[in-house]
Structure formats: structure tokens, C-alpha cells
Write a protein that binds this ligand. Structure first.
Ligand SMILES: [Zn+2]
Length: 695
């Protein structure tokens, strides 16, 4: 967990919310991998007017968003390819005899998930024991044990950390490195429990927000009716759920405040936590989840827990039952019978993301197996698709880009010698993780059967929950991963001081052994640079070489940093017409800084490699363009694609990444090298009058 900064937010593993894979024939034919090609360019357009259009418009027109997708782009094409690879492995494992334990688990998990007729026949039965426990809530003193039971059996909607909230019931509990001492994992309490994507969704008064709330209440009522409630009861309960969650939202920390780690660094003893929430017995909660006792707890959002206290003290029992019942059904809906799956998709897929139809079941089951048994599947994926040569070449690129950043530190006129020294030390201490973990997770304690799909999911949730609880007060494992190997994504984690590139993104068109260096540096090179830069963005720069929240900047250098950062924030505080909302440059500052720094560093590394080969950025390549033109076109190519307006709206409001168009246009317009590559001149849209640069 922690403040992992990721390259894009639409994760492959996000089943219930946004998917980025598209229909394919239900055969084992792998879709073709996409390679960079200058043929994608629309030469009738002017690169200096809108580079994203120049590089991507032709492709976007030829590749409309498939009906079962909320967005479509280069990332999605590779994600499809990866999931087809996982699917292949799962089908083999489901059918094989003499299976290894890993094959048994993966194969039976998949087979149980694919047995839709059985799942439909069983209906509510598999989830009934949990619902009965909720119905049996007769006094609030029973809440700690009940919430503990639900936390153990129901995994959050997304295992990848988001800036907004932990996506589980009521509050989140997990371990993360301490802010003051990252070497030790601290028990952490986080805000959670809101069914809408963020606190603003409960309070904004614009028409669209009001409409979303109306549709949400109607969705909650439909889900409750599916559990057997009468129309009248479900209607009343749905209003109660909205009111309940609105209280959580009011108490929750605002998303921009949450980006500042010092706001989250609230260490408390159990007595202090207890004093904050006198109506909720933490001793009993922690006893119920078998957590080791701790001297201190990290409470990321104290006001949120004051809100929880208010709800425990004042909300009637029937509202608590309604809230817990809905949240349980909401989070387990993807694993239940057709009516639950459909209604869940109807709100989270259609209303919030704009998808028109749900993805085929085999793909949902493959993605689910990746979440619950990621390392078991990852081993097979890596063995087939990630040769050691790829890892070696990738490491060489990473080292070259790190060398470029060291050079940036040295030549920075705005940094003092002592800050430069600390920056060098931090970069030297960073661990570069490429492809897959050194030690695979052992699932031997997890029982998976062919007969019991929901049971598999619940046991996998318990397995993961217990793994996190067991980390309380233990040394931090800097070699642990937060993403599975087939994931098309990457992240930097300032608390472990690591950059992490799953094998899933180390495929064409990101990483392509068949292409020249300029193309690879423009694509995966810019991603590498992006992740490294996160260690020195407005969040990352607050952590030192050990991952501790410790200020290593002189006051003067920090002020110079802030000034440069402000330029980026102002530039990205812009209307986003396709999302129908204004972007907050304070929210996206870290990602925008990483985008701008990432491509700059990758370009520096390319320049050095070319020099070693006796070439330069203006040298001609086989495709008739210069090295530099190839570099920028390859950069834009990985961002070709777009989101449906519904998802674009949700995305701009809830997470820090700018939409693809701006990840290309704002970035290149800050670069004199881009103007040089395409002979753009001052006054044209792709040459900003004030060119921002942090790194
Ligand atoms: Zn990022």
C-alpha cells in the first residue's frame, strides 16, 4: 500500500469499475501485439497545432471504444494480449491432470468462476451466512466482531491503492511503512466505506452530481430488493445508505490534503484511537482479526474516525444493518448470480464509466484469478513471455536514465550542494524492480475448490487480509510487489524507495526489442523516467533515501522547487471539455511533474546512447524521420486512446493523472526539443510561451 504513484489509473484488475480489455474470439488465438509505426500519423495535420491529434487521431478513428469498454487505447490493447495469455494458462490448468499445487488452485479457481449455471442456480445461498450475521446485529456493541468478519471475507474493490480512499467496508485496515521510520510496517487505519468514487460525489450540487446520486440511490434499492427486501423497505434503506455514506464523506479527508504525507502521519496509541472513537471497541476488533498488539497505530485521517464515532453513537441499528448489507452485496456482487452481476455493472459500468455492455465472463474470471492468485499465474506468464534478455535490456535503460537524473542534479542551478548530495544519495539507494518478484508468494495455506466460487473468493480475501495483518510491526520488505506480473502499469513507492515495472508493461509497443532505441526510450523510457521522477515530485521529494518522511531540502531549495512546481500546477489547472469538469492542478501535480520529467530524462539517456554510437538526435533513421521525431511519436503512441465521457469525468475528479491528450500536448509544449524536432515556432499551440520544468 502506501502512496504508490502509478503510471495510469485504469488497472486491469479493477473488475467492478473500469475495464480495459476488449472482446476477443473465445479461442486461444492471441491477439497481435501492436508495434510502433509512423503509419499511424495523420500527415494532413500539423504537429505544432495539436501533437496528440497528429499522432493519434487516425488511430482513434480506426479503433473506436468497444461496447464493453469504458475507454480504449494502446494500454488496453496490451492488456487484452496479457489477459489472453492468462486465460490460456488458466484453461490449461483447469484441464490438466497431474497438476502442481499452483495449477490446481489456478485451474479450479477459474473453473468454479466459469460455472455460471451453478452460480445462478445457487443464487443468494453462498452469501446468506454473511447476510444472516448482519441481520443478527441487535446491539452496537457487536459491531467490532461483525465488521472484523466482513473485513476478513470481503476484499476491497481494488487492491491497488488510490488517493481517495481504501475501497472496503467502513474503514480500511492494513500495514504500511511508518512515515518516521519506513523500515518497520505500521498498523494503519484509513478512510473507506463510500460506495461512490469520492467524497465530492456526495456533496457537489451540480446537475450531473445530483443525477449520479439519484441513480446511486436507485441502484442501492435494486440491490437490496435482490436480497429479498420489499419495495418499501428497499426504498427506505437506500435513502438511509446514502445518508450514512454522506456522513462518512463529510468526515473524510479531502483528496488534495491527502496528497500531503504529513497530513496522514498521525501516530496514536491504541488508547488514543479508542478515545477518538469511544463507541467502537478496538480491542475487540483487533482480537477478532487476530492482530498482534502494537505500541502505535497510523491513523491516516483522524477526522474520518470521528465521523465513524458519530455514526456508531447516533445512527439507529436498522441503518447500520442496511449499510453493512448493501456494502457486502456491493463488494461481492461480481461473484454472485446474474442479477447481482448485472445490477452492479449497470451502475458502476454504465453510469460511472459509460460502458455499454459487460465483458465476457472468461475475461472477468481471468482478471479475478489475477487478483486472487497473481503470483501463481505470474510465474507461468513470465516463463513464457518475459525472457532474461528483456530484463537485462530494461535494466540498462533504467541505469542510463538514472545517470541522466544524476546529471540533472549536478547541473541544477537552483539546488544547493547539500540538497544535491542528498538527492544523489536517495537515487543511489533506490531499488529497481523489473518484471516479477524474486520470491513468489506461497499460496499453500489457501484452499481453492472447483465447487465453491464465492468460498474461493472469500478465502482468498481472508488469506490476503491475514497477510497484511501479519505484517504489523514487522520489518518492511522492500522487495514486495503491489502489482501482479501481467499488469500493464508501473509504480514508484517513496516509502520503500523502489520503482516497479511488472512484466506486463514490458511488451510492445512499450518495450520492443525489434525497434530502435529512439522508439524504446520514447515509450518505456518515458515510463521509467516517469516513475523515477515520482521520487522527486511534490510528494516524493519529502521522503529520504530510507523512505522516511524527513526533509532533506534547504529552505531556499524547497522554495525554488515550489516555484517550479507552481508553473506545472497552473498549466494543468485547465478546463477539460471532454470530461465536463475543470482539472485541479494541485491534485495532478505529482503525475504531471512525473510526465514532464520522465520524457526529459528519457531523452537525455537516448542522446547519450546515440553519441556513443556516433549519432545524434537529428540523425536520419530507416523510416525517413529523425531519431528525435521517432522518439516523440513513440511517446505519443503509447497514449493514443480516449475514455468515455462518464469515465473521463470520474477520472478527472478522483485521481491525479491528466487525460491522455494532455499527457501528450502539455508535455511536448514544454519542450524546446519538440519544437526543434518538428520545426514549430513561438506562438504555435505546441510551443508554450512559459515552458514549465521541474526536472
Ligand atoms: Zn505516476
Amino acid at each position: 500500500m502506501g502512496r504508490s504513484a502509478i503510471i495510469l489509473f485504469v488497472a486491469l484488475s479493477t473488475i467492478s469499475f473500469a475495464q480495459n480489455t476488449r472482446p476477443a474470439a473465445a479461442s486461444h488465438d492471441m491477439p497481435p501485439l501492436q508495434h510502433f509505426s509512423p503509419d499511424r500519423i495523420d500527415k494532413s495535420l500539423d504537429p505544432c497545432t495539436d501533437f496528440f491529434e497528429y499522432a493519434c487521431a487516425k488511430w482513434i478513428k480506426a479503433n473506436p471504444i468497444p461496447p464493453d469498454q469504458a475507454g480504449w487505447g494502446t494500454f488496453s490493447e496490451l492488456a487484452i494480449w496479457n489477459i489472453a495469455a492468462i486465460h490460456h494458462t488458466l484453461e490449461e490448468a483447469a484441464a490438466a491432470s497431474n497438476r502442481t499445487p499452483a495449477e490446481q488452485k489456478a485451474g479450479d479457481y477459474y473453473a468454479a468462476c466459469m460455472d455460471e449455471s451453478k452460480i445462478d442456480r445457487l443464487g443468494m445461498a453462498p452469501v446468506q451466512p454473511l447476510l444472516d450475521r448482519i441481520s443478527a446485529l441487535t446491539e452496537k456493541s457487536q459491531l467490532p466482531e461483525l465488521v472484523a468478519l466482513l473485513h476478513q471475507n470481503i476484499r476491497p474493490a481494488n487492491l491497488v491503492f488510490t488517493d481517495v480512499q481504501y475501497q472496503g467496508i467502513l474503514f480500511g485496515v492494513y500495514a504500511q511503512p511508518g512515515f518516521d521510520n519506513a523500515a518497520v510496517m505500521m498498523p494503519t487505519l484509513d478512510q473507506s466505506g463510500m460506495g461512490l468514487p469520492g467524497r465530492e460525489f456526495y456533496s457537489n450540487q451540480d446537475e450531473r452530481s445530483k443525477q449520479i446520486r439519484e441513480k446511486y440511490v436507485s441502484h442501492v434499492a435494486k440491490m437490496l430488493k435482490l436480497t429479498g427486501e420489499t419495495e418499501a423497505q428497499a426504498t427506505a434503506d437506500s435513502q438511509a445508505v446514502l445518508a450514512f455514506e454522506t456522513e462518512l464523506a463529510k468526515a473524510a479527508m479531502e483528496i488534495v490534503a491527502r496528497r500531503d504525507p504529513k497530513n496522514q502521519n498521525n501516530k496514536m496509541t491504541l488508547a488514543q484511537v479508542q478515545a477518538m472513537t469511544p463507541s467502537f471497541n478496538w480491542n475487540r476488533y483487533f482480537a477478532a482479526v487476530h492482530a498482534p498488539s502494537s505500541q502505535e497505530y497510523l491513523v491516516l485521517a483522524p477526522t474520518f474516525f470521528q465521523g465513524v464515532e458519530k455514526l456508531v453513537a447516533s445512527e439507529p441499528l436498522e441503518h447500520w444493518r442496511a449499510y453493512l448489507l448493501f456494502e457486502t452485496i456491493h463488494l461481492l456482487a461480481p461473484f454472485l448470480s446474474q442479477p447481482f452481476v448485472e445490477e452492479n455493472f449497470s451502475f458502476y459500468g454504465r453510469v460511472l464509466a459509460g460502458s455499454q455492455k459487460i465483458q465476457p465472463r472468461w475475461r472477468r474470471c481471468s482478471a479475478g484469478a489475477d487478483i486472487d492468485l497473481g503470483d501463481a499465474l505470474g510465474q507461468a506468464y513470465v516463463a513464457k513471455y518475459f525472457p532474461p534478455e528483456s530484463k537485462e535490456r530494461m535494466l540498462r535503460m533504467v541505469k542510463n536514465i538514472e545517470a541522466t537524473l544524476n546529471g540533472e542534479f549536478d547541473s541544477a542551478t537552483w539546488m544547493s550542494a547539500s540538497t544535491k548530495q542528498a538527492a544523489h544519495a536517495k537515487l543511489a539507494a533506490q531499488i529497481d524492480k523489473i518484471g516479477y518478484p524474486d520470491h513468489w508468494r506461497d499460496y499453500s495455506g489457501l484452499e481453492i475448490t472447483r465447487e465453491d466460487y464465492l468460498g474461493n473468493v472469500e478465502r482468498a480475501s481472508l488469506f490476503e487480509f491475514n497477510r497484511r495483518i501479519a505484517e504489523f510491526n514487522k520489518p518492511t520488505d522492500r522487495y514486495d510487489w503491489n502489482m501482479t506480473p501481467p499488469t500493464v502499469n508501473a509504480y514508484e513507492d517513496p516509502q520503500s524507495n523502489t520503482i516497479n515495472f511488472p512484466a506486463g508493461i514490458l511488451q510492445p509497443p512499450f518495450f520492443d526489442p525489434s525497434q530502435i532505441d529512439a522508439v524504446n526510450y520514447g515509450a518505456i523510457g518515458a515510463v521509467i523516467g516517469h516513475e523515477i521522477t515520482h521520487g522527486y515530485d511534490d510528494q516524493g521529494r519529502k521522503f529520504d533515501a530510507q523512505g522516511d518522511l524527513h526533509d532533506w531540502w534547504t529552505a531556499q531549495d524547497a522554495a525554488s522547487y515550489d516555484e517550479r512546481d507552481q508553473c506545472i500546477q497552473d498549466e494543468y489547472t485547465q478546463e477539460v471539455p471532454e470530461a465536463g469538469v475543470k482539472q485541479n492542478g494541485k491534485l495532478s501535480a505529482g503525475e504531471d511533474t512525473a510526465d514532464n520529467g520522465g520524457i526529459h530524462l528519457a531523452l537525455g539517456a537516448l542522446q547519450k546512447d546515440l553519441k556513443d554510437e556516433g549519432k545524434d538526435l537529428d540523425s536520419a533513421t530507416d523510416d525517413g524521420m529523425t531519431e528525435l521525431q521517432n522518439f516523440f511519436l513513440s511517446y505519443a503512441n503509447v497514449w493514443c486512446g480516449e475514455l468515455r465521457p462518464e469515465l473521463a469525468h470520474t477520472a478527472v475528479m478522483t485521481q491525479g493523472h491528466s487525460l491522455n491528450r494532455y499527457r501528450v500536448d502539455n508535455v511536448v509544449a514544454n519542450m524546446p526539443e519538440f519544437a526543434h524536432a518538428f520545426s514549430c515556432h513561438a506562438g504555435q499551440p505546441m510551443v508554450h510561451a512559459k515552458q514549465c520544468r521541474v526536472w
